[in-house]
Ligand binder design. Structure first.
Ligand code: SF4
Length: 449
């Protein structure tokens, strides 16, 4: 086969895994490999797996099985790879397995099974754009600031797969951010397992960026990222007291007034059984203080219903919390046991039909909250970033909407719009999750699906 250096790549899992995939692909391109979009044209296939919950594990195992069936030469990496035997016991023919963020290891394995072509090019200028290979659209990018996690939430096996917290040096993070901004990125989505813990492992060691010292903690990082003058959105923030220091930056619109805080529950005994970081009854008060300082703040969160030991009273506390906190964006999962998680050993698992019934009540409650909060935006002028354009109009996002997980803003047809445009629109209508808007004064109809 000409070139004989073609790699197929399957990327599964969360934004953190996506960033791992981007790094591996960037390195493979620098080494002279071609990345091909189908099994038939590939000399070897790399599968970046997810292992977070049983469903994701099964999806990963199925993807490996398909790649083996269609191609036969498969290298596995990613979270599920941390438990290599769970892969090799099902698929003994995989060529090699590595764990999450094992960039050098997986690239080394590709070299072993498919030697790279002789270097006749300059790897930096010929094949790879300066910002590296991005799997997201051109106008936004994930910026991973750390690996791993120091917490041990009882339902989670991420620390056993990704290890303890390792923060990237602040200068490296800012250098990557600058490359992305220079390449046209208009929104940086800061990700990690615990963004508020940034720098804990390095004791907030001062770094140097453009000749000036910067403290490597969450606030120092946010202040420096704000200087790029683009949207900076924070994900996976835990409500530690020092998060309060970030709110003024949001109030001044230096970073996007949006906090993604996975509260997971509101009942203290359940939070304790979950071993959640910053589990406290003061969350409501904190939220109120933040909103007083920054009225435009959007709070997104996720919750688990039906955690072992959750009583009707615990669940009612969760519903009460939702009513009082009036969160903007909320995801909810029914608890399901994950192989290797400590929570499996807890007593009083909740029956499936009760989990379902609580999930329904939760969603109903939150849907009413979301509908009324979005309706309050009708008539307001908001800034949006256009993600895509088709013949019905444009799909965009406001400060309140992270890609993939939140709602969107539909903009009535406007010939001049293109993906990546930043513009002001007036909100004309809303539903449970999305907004409808238009440039100028006239109000459009809802765009039908
Ligand atoms: S904070 Fe908890 S849920 Fe999040 S990665 Fe760490 S252990 Fe898992």
């Amino acid at each position: 086969m000409p070139g004989n250096n073609k790699v197929g790549f399957i990327s599964l899992g969360c934004p953190k895994a996506l960033v791992d995939s981007e790094r591996i692909l960037t390195q493979l391109r620098m080494d002279g490999y071609d990345i091909v979009p189908d099994y038939a044209g590939a000399d070897v296939v790399v599968v970046n797996t997810c292992g977070f919950i049983d469903l994701a594990r099964q999806e990963s195992l199925d993807a490996i099985g398909e790649a083996l069936h269609e191609n036969g030469r498969v290298i596995v990496t990613g979270c599920l790879g941390a438990q290599a035997e769970s892969i090799t016991s099902v698929h003994p023919k995989v060529l090699a397995v590595s764990g999450p963020h094992a960039y050098e290891q997986v690239v080394g394995q590709v070299h072993e099974y498919l030697p790279p072509p002789p270097k006749t090019h300059d790897p930096f200028s010929d094949l790879v754009p300066p910002q590296g290979i991005k799997l997201t659209p051109r106008h936004y990018a994930y910026l991973k600031i750390s690996e791993g996690c120091n917490h041990r939430c009882s339902f989670c096996i991420i620390p056993s797969m990704r290890g303890d917290l390792v923060s990237r040096p602040i200068a490296d993070v800012l250098e990557e951010a600058e490359r992305l901004v220079n390449a046209g990125v208009k929104e940086l989505l800061v990700i990690s397992q615990d963004t508020s813990a940034y720098g804990v492992d390095t004791k907030y060691q001062t770094g140097f960026w453009q000749g000036r010292p910067l403290k490597a903690n969450m606030q120092g990082l946010c202040e420096a990222l704000a200087e790029f003058g683009i949207w900076v959105r924070l994900h996976y923030v835990y409500p530690y007291p020092h998060v309060d220091n970030i709110i003024p930056l949001m109030a001044e619109n230096k970073i996007v007034p949006y906090l993604d805080i996975p509260f997971q529950h509101a009942s203290l005994p359940i939070l304790k059984a979950m071993k959640r970081p910053a589990a406290t009854e003061k969350s409501l008060q904190r939220i109120q203080n933040w909103r007083t300082q920054c009225p435009d703040l959007t709070i997104r969160s996720t919750f688990i219903v039906g955690f072992p030991g959750e009583t009707e009273d615990d669940f009612q506390q969760l519903l009460d919390f939702l009513e009082q906190a009036q969160l903007d964006r909320v995801g909810c999962f029914q608890y399901s046991p994950v192989v290797g998680a400590k929570a499996n050993e807890l007593a009083n698992h909740v029956a499936d039909e009760i989990k379902q019934e609580r999930w329904n009540r939760f969603m109903e409650t939150q849907q009413a909250i979301s509908t009324s909060r979005l309706a309050n935006k009708i008539g307001k002028t908001i800034e949006v970033l256009v993600d895509s354009v088709d013949d019905q109009g444009a799909t965009a996002r406001s400060h309140a909407d992270a890609p993939e997980i939140d709602g969107v803003v539909y903009i009535a047809k406007d010939e001049e719009l293109e993906p990546g445009n930043l513009l002001k629109v007036t909100v004309t209508d809303s539903d449970a999750y999305d907004l409808y808007a238009k440039r100028g004064r006239r109000y459009p109809q809802k765009i039908s699906n």
